[in-house]
Design a protein around this ligand. Structure first.
Ligand SMILES: O=c1ccn([C@@H]2O[C@H](COP(=O)(O)OP(=O)(O)O[C@H]3O[C@H](CO)[C@@H](O)[C@H](O)[C@H]3O)[C@@H](O)[C@H]2O)c(=O)[nH]1
Length: 479
């Protein structure tokens, strides 16, 4: 902390409002722990169906959890569905995200009952919270769970209209700011590549982006040394500053919790594999990937034929993976249908590779555990993350699609070949070595008092504290 740092004993109050999707919620809960370590008083606001997950994640902390009713009767969305991983289809996402605006009046009523807030971190998708923050007079920081790479390339390509140039979706596009990156329209979420100003998805993306620029700043779950060129690009305009404060997955949960619980079956299974001196591939596609039964069966066949050991986390029935698959592979592979602690699996010593959809949190989980990635991106920012992983930071390989495009179907043979390469091949060795180096960099970035992310958060807190009165003072004034 600098000499003008604020007095943390005075305990400032931070309000966190995560978006209702696991990939957005989890990093903000990790941020809550980080701010607690900086002696903040923390309130997390979430909707009733998300409270059990939040409460369990923070059960050992002093964080206050406040309930906010979820909007009723959203067209197409079954009642009780309050998180994107529970949506019947991700095609309902724009409707779901857009409808959060209906929570604004109740949100403001709830905030008025809280003790004074020094600043709020709300998900970038909750654009309307900026207006509320302005009404109450506290700064809002937007949190986008994306890499600087994905944000920079999307921003540069869309601002310059580069995605409208090519005739085909697979034609290489050169982004002048980053000429070494060869990208195609297929690498982008369709909302960037084919914007329809009339669509609620486009409107929602624009509202979120505009509100972020008008906010006090943006928090990024990344660290400067991982992607300096892109972190600098994001900050170069100076209109709204962004702070790299991650990887937030390195914020530890206290060991006492871990010691008191029984090891889950899959960790016991990994322990056995470690005793046998075996290596294991971990497979998971985040909380909202949608795979056809045909594709699931090709994955199962590819894994079976690759002959590697594996833990596959997939919430699908056995019948969808093909007849007898689990029985045939049981000596060397298990299928897990529960919610797992992904960080715990990746940190296990025998896990030597991760077949991942490249959701940004999964990329960070893997990098921080020093585990190389076999990238199989599916939607949203994942294809850009996969390029970053493979081409930029070189901690992974990529699955082969049968049409050679970044969006194609993956057949069992292509999967088997790349799984073997990652786990046993020369390219696998290289990316594993690089992943371990990057894991060390990540740890350094988060080190207390010296790490770049620690210092970046300190600077941000300094700025906010300089502009705002401590919580007790604000309360005294109100009374
Ligand atoms: O059984 C499970 C399944 C998931 N996770 C955790 O859930 C999160 C999943 O996040 P992510 O890997 O980013 O995947 P998605 O849930 O698919 O995330 C969405 O949000 C991300 C952040 O914005 C985007 O990068 C992705 O493209 C988008 O799909 C990670 O923290 C995992 O550790 C578990 O701990 N256990």
């Amino acid at each position: 902390m600098g000499s003008n740092s604020c007095d943390y004993e005075s305990q400032y109050h931070a309000l966190l409002f995560p978006f209702m999707a696991k990939g957005h919620l989890i990093p903000l809960l990790q941020l809550a722990r980080l701010l607690l370590r900086r002696r903040f008083v923390i309130t997390v606001i979430t909707t009733p169906a998300n409270i059990p997950f939040v409460a369990k994640s923070l059960e050992d902390t002093t964080v206050s959890i406040v309930e906010l009713p979820f909007p009723q009767s959203i067209p197409g969305i079954p009642s009780g569905v309050e998180s994107t991983d529970k949506l019947p289809s991700m095609s309902l996402f724009p409707e779901f995200a857009r409808s959060t605006k209906a929570m604004q009046p109740e949100f403001e009523r709830v905030v008025a009952t809280l003790e004074p807030v020094n600043f709020m971190v709300s998900d970038g998708f909750l654009w309307w919270t900026l207006e509320s923050a302005n009404k109450f007079g506290f700064p809002r920081l937007a949190f986008f769970g994306m890499s600087n790479y994905a944000s920079s390339v999307s921003k540069a390509a869309s601002q310059e209209g580069l995605l409208f140039g090519p005739e085909s979706d697979n034609e290489p596009i050169t982004v002048p700011e980053f000429p070494w990156i060869k990208i195609t329209r297929n690498d982008f979420d369709p909302v960037f590549a084919d914007p329809n100003p009339e669509s609620i998805h486009f409107e929602f993306v624009m509202d979120s982006a505009v509100a972020a620029v008008q906010s006090f700043g943006t928090l990024v779950n990344s660290f400067y040394e991982l992607e300096p060129t892109f972190a600098d690009y994001i900050n170069r305009d100076g209109d709204s500053k962004s702070w790299n404060v991650g990887p937030l997955c390195l914020v530890e949960t206290p060991p006492r919790l871990d010691q008191s619980r029984k090891k889950p079956a899959w960790i016991q299974w990994l322990d056995q594999k470690l005793e046998q001196g075996s290596s294991v591939l971990y497979i998971a596609f985040g909380s909202q990937a949608e795979l056809s039964t045909e594709q699931l069966r090709d994955i199962a066949t590819g894994l079976e034929e690759s002959e590697v050991n594996f833990v596959w986390v997939i919430r699908k029935d056995a019948s969808e993976l093909g007849d007898g698959f689990e029985e045939r592979v049981k000596e060397r592979g298990i299928v897990v249908r529960d919610w797992v602690d992904q960080r715990e699996i990746l940190k296990h010593q025998c896990v030597h590779g991760f077949l991942s959809h490249c959701g940004w949190n999964s990329v960070l989980d893997s990098i921080c555990a020093g585990v190389p990635i076999l990238a199989w991106p599916m939607m949203a920012d994942q294809r850009l993350n996969a390029r970053m992983v493979v081409e930029e930071i070189k901690v992974g390989l990529r699955v082969e699609t049968c049409n050679g495009s970044v969006k194609g179907y993956v057949k069992s043979e292509g999967l088997k070949k790349m799984v073997r390469e990652l786990m046993e091949g020369e390219m696998g060795k290289e990316v594993r070595k690089k992943a371990k180096e990057v894991a060390e960099m990540a740890k350094k970035a988060m080190e207390e008092e010296t790490g770049s992310s620690w210092l970046s958060l300190s600077k941000l807190i300094d700025q906010i504290c300089n502009e705002k009165k401590p919580r007790k003072e604000l309360m005294a004034r109100r009374n």
